[in-house]
Design a protein around this ligand. Structure first.
Ligand SMILES: NC(=O)c1ccc[n+]([C@@H]2O[C@H](COP(=O)([O-])OP(=O)(O)OC[C@H]3O[C@@H](n4cnc5c(N)ncnc54)[C@H](O)[C@@H]3O)[C@@H](O)[C@H]2O)c1
Length: 342
């Protein structure tokens, strides 16, 4: 998607109608999909902007939480959209964190074989990661994100003011992915995080993450190669999440995974130790527990069951060659274990 369809601006929630008209000039009706927390905070601002511009608005409110990212919620949403009689000219607005964004995006991908969706992320994680790239879907009892489709949003409207109401642990969760971006992008991101994410820095930080991800997704939408770089820290991160019975949030697990790879890279004489120490300083500054309390061997067993295993038993993981220089490596499980435990 084009960079000019991503707007990062304080107060953009009051101007939604303007951007909607740009990407869907014939739209007369919008379904806003949100969750109960975000509904109370921001839905009125968006629906007022739309109603003032003569757009019909209906709002679907789901219960907040990953446990509701399931087929029952999807069914209720798609019935709501059909009852609202949305046409192919109309638009769904996903207002919320990654859970809302993934589900609403999938509803847009599947209703009438695909209608437009505008993503309005309201968590840090959704601003820098889940709202970009068009991955949509929901969980099955058999596993996370097993149902899904690629469906690019027509626009992404990021209002950083909405992050002010985010609970501390949700901000930390987003920062977990932020540390990953620091290793992918390079030193300027480390410096920003070290300085602190006050107003101006937050805008700079989010913009750099968005630009980086957009650039990658525009080159490799379906994750056949380059896009896999965004999985830095995720191989181990997923295993840590599972081992903790999902009590460790995703973003924090990604930080732990990223720092474990960074440590290995230092031990193999690749990444400069200072970059690793800076990342630890950042974790301490934001109160992120980067330590891993599980045995790496049992985590590796978990990884063996991960969907990213190749048929021959090898696994792809993202390695850090240097700050701002990451590579995708395919190794055997034994090699991965040796690498991470040197
Ligand atoms: N599609 C992708 O590429 C992609 C990438 C990464 C993660 N994800 C998915 O994203 C989901 C996690 O997203 P998340 O971390 O945003 O969680 P979330 O959507 O569950 O939101 C976290 C909590 O914050 C609340 N909240 C949201 N915005 C708020 C605000 N501004 N003020 C106060 N409270 C607010 C929500 O109601 C919720 O309780 C997972 O399902 C994950 O699979 C998708």
């Amino acid at each position: 998607m084009a960079k000019n369809n991503v707007i990062i601006k304080n107060g953009v929630r009051f101007e939604v109608a303007k951007y909607l008209k740009k990407v869907a000039p014939k739209c007369t009706k919008v379904v806003i999909i949100t969750d109960n927390n975000v509904f109370m905070l921001y839905e009125a601002d968006i629906s007022a902007s739309l109603k003032n511009a003569g757009i019909n608005v209906c709002t679907f409110v789901m219960e907040a939480g990953e446990q509701h990212k399931n087929i029952q919620t999807y069914e209720a949403m798609i019935n709501f959209v059909a009852d609202a009689k949305l046409t192919r000219e109309d638009v769904i607005i996903a207002l919320g964190g990654g859970v809302v964004g993934d589900l609403a995006g999938f509803v847009a991908a599947t209703y009438m074989r695909g209608i437009k969706v505008i993503q309005m992320p309201t968590t840090l994680l959704a601003c820098i990661d889940s709202s970009i790239g068009g991955k949509t879907g929901f969980d099955l009892p058999q596993g996370k994100n097993l149902i899904g489709a690629f469906h690019q949003p027509s626009a992404i409207l990021i209002d950083l003011e909405t992050l002010k109401t985010l609970p501390k642990e949700e901000f930390q969760n987003g920062l977990g992915e932020g540390i990953k971006y620091a290793f992918l992008i390079g030193n300027e991101m480390i410096e920003l995080l070290k300085e602190g994410l006050e107003d101006g820095n937050l805008l700079d930080f989010v913009t750099r993450c968005v630009d980086y991800k957009l650039d990658i997704v525009n080159k490799d939408e379906k994750e056949s190669g380059l896009r896999k770089l965004l999985n830095l820290g995720h191989t181990l991160g997923h295993a840590i999440e599972k081992e903790s019975n999902y009590t460790i949030p995703h973003g924090l697990a990604v930080t732990k995974g990223t720092l474990c790879v960074a440590n290995a890279s230092v031990n193999y004489g690749k990444l400069q130790k200072q970059a690793y120490l800076d990342a630890i300083e950042i974790c301490k500054k934001y109160d992120l527990d980067y330590t891993i309390s599980y045995d790496i061997k049992s985590l590796i067993k978990n990884i063996q069951m991960d969907k990213k295993m190749h048929a021959d038993g090898d696994i792809s993981f993202v390695d850090i060659e240097d700050l701002g220089k990451c590579v995708i490596r395919t190794v055997s499980i034994k090699e991965l274990e040796e690498y991470l435990t040197k």
